[in-house]
Design a binder for this molecule. Structure first.
Ligand SMILES: Cc1ncc(COP(=O)(O)O)c(C=O)c1O
Length: 369
């Protein structure tokens, strides 16, 4: 039987977010402010009508219209794009195709927990490169390359990074991808938090030789309920195998969701403007929270993305603190969900209103420990 460990982060999030009523202040989620179907359809000069959508299968690689909208978002070729059921399916397909006997995959620690669990479930060994808070969580090419060996099938880079918010500049991604090309190893750049940057804006990694990009509508584009992700891969042979894998796994996406997704991407400026405004306002409040914590909490201010990964400076486990706050209606994610118990993940872009109240409760709970 394949071993899949319990997904601690999703258990924690579901317990509070799918409760009735849901948690009042969600600072644990990694997505953006919420949108309804009506909100999305109404965006733009020509509102979207979806009633006439035929509920057939979609093409396994995604509709042409959606692939063109994704290509415009990444400034790349629509033919290089394959639509998937969230970035999750894209990752699973890549791990499945890479899982030769003895093969390994190189991934970040801390990192999105599904990388390790799903890769191992497909039979890949995992090797981690470490993002150290003493080094501002920077993802360094030399540390990544040090983990690569003759059996490495794939290297994962996640930028902007979940949970730390660190960003690798495109010029460094190009150098890393070139170094990996010499060893015959593709670089997967998971950019689901692109293009949310707080310091220097970065272009997408799409188009860099030897790079496969994964992304989605769930994170920066704030629409996880559309379950729409994609892969961008210039390698036509690998794309053919990926499309076959998709046909086997899920057959296709939903034509209804693909139409909504296409419209959302065409209106991404409005969606991103709302996200950026929530992010800017909320990150300033988190700055004040950390500065006023009397040294109990420290953080590396994120350079991008929707989450930060502060920690207790005395090294205590954050879970009971997170439980206390959850009982008061404020949801943070305990760092043990990422294998780092003294940390906590703060998602600062979903909560459009009420952050001052939530931050006030966190500050009060800090003084009580
Ligand atoms: C870094 C990263 N990649 C991929 C995913 C998968 O998201 P989805 O399947 O909604 O696209 C997530 C979800 O949290 C994530 O944080």
């Amino acid at each position: 039987m394949v071993h899949l460990p319990p997904f601690a982060l999703d258990h924690w999030l579901s317990t509070y977010d799918f409760a009735t009523p849901p948690i009042a202040y969600n600072l644990a989620s990694s997505t953006g402010p919420r949108w309804s179907v009506a909100d999305i359809c109404a965006l733009g000069d020509a509102p979207l009508a979806i009633d006439d959508t035929i509920l057939s299968y979609a093409p396994p690689e995604g509709s042409r219209a959606l692939r063109e909208a994704i290509a415009a978002f990444h400034d790349t070729d629509p033919d290089s794009i394959i639509v998937t059921t969230g970035a999750s399916e894209a990752l699973s397909i890549l791990f499945c195709l890479g899982a030769q006997p003895g093969a390994n995959i190189v991934l970040p620690d801390p990192g999105y927990p599904a990388y390790e669990a799903v890769a191992q479930a497909w039979g890949l060994a995992t090797r981690s490169y470490h993002l150290r808070r003493e080094d501002r969580f920077i993802q360094r090419a030399d540390a990544i390359l040090a983990q690569v060996d003759a059996d490495t099938a794939l290297v994962i880079l996640n930028t902007p990074h979940n949970p730390t918010g660190t960003v690798m500049p495109r010029i460094e991604i190009e150098a890393l991808a070139a170094a990996l090309a010499e060893r015959g190893v593709p670089l997967l750049v998971d950019e689901v938090y692109h293009p949310l940057y707080f310091t220097a804006p970065q272009p997408s990694a799409a188009g860099i030789p030897n790079v496969i990009v994964t992304s989605d509508l769930s994170k920066a584009l704030s629409l996880p309920g559309l379950r729409t992700g994609w892969l961008i891969d210039a390698d036509a042979d690998r794309r053919a195998r990926i499309i076959d894998a998709r046909s086997y796994f899920t057959i296709s996406g939903s034509p209804l969701l693909e139409r909504l997704a296409t419209h959302a991407l065409q209106q991404s400026d409005a969606i991103l403007a709302r996200l950026r405004s929530v992010a800017q306002a909320n990150i300033a409040q988190l700055d004040a929270l950390i500065a006023g914590s009397g040294g109990r909490l420290a953080w590396v201010r994120p350079d991008g993305g929707t989450t930060a990964f502060p920690w207790f400076t005395d090294g205590r486990d954050s879970r009971s603190f997170c439980q206390t706050l959850a009982a008061q209606g404020v949801l943070l994610a305990p760092g043990d969900c990422f294998g780092h118990p003294a940390h906590m993940r703060l998602g600062f872009t979903q909560q459009e209103e009420g952050l001052a109240t939530a931050v006030g409760r966190i500050a009060a709970a800090l003084t009580a420990i």
